[in-house]
Ligand binder design. Structure first.
Ligand SMILES: [Zn+2]
Length: 293
C-alpha cells in the first residue's frame, strides 16, 4: 500500500530515502485520527516507518482512550514503547466532571508496565485552557512530575505559551533524571535554560517551517547529546508536506533538515538521536529487555 492509498490526506507518493542509521520517532499519536482520515493501521504504520530506518516509536496516549490504546499497542509491537499521561487540556475537563481522581488511578496503574517508559505528555497549555483552568492544570503537572520520579520513568512535557511556568514548576518540584520538552517551541534563550538543566529537546516538523527561524536558532544552542526528533503525528508534517497528515515515516525529512541546521552529517545526527532516545527510554528490543532485566 502506498502512503497515498492509506486513507490519510496529502501524504507524499513515495517514501523518503531511508536513514543511514536507524532512529526513533520520540512522539507519535497512533490513536488519533484527523477529521476526514482513516484511523492508522498500527502494523502498517510501523512497517512503513521501519522501511525508512525509523525502527522504534514512542506512542503517546494522553487521554483515557489513548492510554488504553497505548497499553494494547505496546503488547503487540516490539517497535513501540509507550508514554502515558493526562494531557494538560484534559486535566481541567476531567476535574470539572469530577473524574480526575479516578483517572489518576488508572494512569498510575498503567504506568507501572515495563514498556511504559515515559509519563507524558504532561505540562501546561495556556493557549487552549483559559485562566480559570490554570490552577488545576499546574496541580496536574506537579502530580505527573511526582509520578515519573516515583516510577523512575522519563517525563515528556507539552509546553504551549507557558515556557516560564514550565521551567519554574520543574525547578520547584525537581525534574526527573530524563526530562524531554516534546515539540520544542521555545527560542534560543529558552533552549539555553533547558541545556543548563540537562533537559532533552525533541524537535518536530515545525523546525522545517519557513517562518521557524527562532526554532532553528534554538536547535543550535543545545548539545548533540540532548537532541531528539519526533513527528507528533498525525499533526505537524514537515515541509514540503506541511498540512498533510503526518506519519513516522516522515522523520527522515525533519532529521535531514536538522542536520543541515546543525552542520553535522546525517549519520552523526542519526547516531546521536538513537543513543539519546535509548538513554531516555531504555531499550526497545525484546531480547535486550530480557537481558537487562
Ligand atoms: Zn503530542
Amino acid at each position: 500500500m502506498s502512503p497515498q492509498e492509506s486513507g490519510q490526506r496529502g501524504l507524499p507518493e513515495t517514501l523518503p530515502d531511508p536513514m543511514p542509521i536507524d532512529v526513533v520517532d520520540n512522539h507519535v499519536h497512533l490513536d488519533i485520527t484527523r477529521e476526514g482520515d482513516e484511523p492508522f493501521d498500527v502494523a502498517e504504520a510501523v512497517r512503513r516507518a521501519r522501511a525508512v530506518g525509523v525502527t522504534r516509536l514512542v506512542q503517546v496516549g494522553c487521554d483515557l482512550d489513548g492510554i488504553r490504546f497505548t497499553m494494547d499497542a505496546i503488547e503487540r509491537h516490539t517497535a513501540i514503547v509507550g508514554a502515558i499521561a493526562l494531557h494538560p487540556n484534559e486535566v481541567p475537563r476531567l476535574a470539572a466532571a469530577g473524574r480526575l481522581e479516578d483517572a489518576y488511578g488508572e494512569v498510575e496503574r498503567c504506568a507501572a508496565h515495563e514498556r511504559i517508559r515515559a509519563i507524558g505528555e504532561t505540562g501546561l497549555d495556556y493557549f487552549r485552557t483559559g485562566p480559570e483552568g490554570v490552577p488545576v492544570q499546574q496541580d496536574g503537572f506537579r502530580w505527573h512530575i511526582d509520578l515519573a520520579k516515583r516510577l523512575g520513568k522519563a517525563l515528556q512535557i507539552h509546553d504551549r505559551d507557558a515556557h516560564d511556568d514550565v521551567l519554574r514548576i520543574l525547578d520547584e518540584e525537581g525534574a526527573p533524571e530524563h526530562t524531554v520538552l516534546h515539540c520544542f517551541s521555545g527560542d534560543l534563550a529558552m533552549a539555553r535554560e533547558c541545556a543548563e538543566r540537562g533537559y532533552y529537546l525533541s524537535f518536530a516538523g515545525t523546525v522545517t517551517f519557513k517562518n521557524a527561524r527562532a526554532l532553528r536558532d534554538a536547535l543550535t544552542a543545545i548539545p548533540l547529546d540532548r537532541v531528539l526528533v519526533e513527528t507528533d503525528a498525525p499533526y505537524l508534517a514537515p515541509s514540503p508536506h506541511r498540512g498533510a497528515t503526518n506519519a513516522s515515516f516522515l522523520v527522515p525529512v525533519t532529521l535531514r533538515a536538522m542536520a543541515a541546521v546543525l552542520t553535522v552529517d546525517v549519520p552523526t545526527l542519526c547516531r546521536a538521536v538513537s543513543d539519546n532516545s535509548e538513554r531516555v527510554y531504555g531499550p526497545w528490543d525484546a531480547e535486550r529487555i530480557g537481558q537487562s532485566a
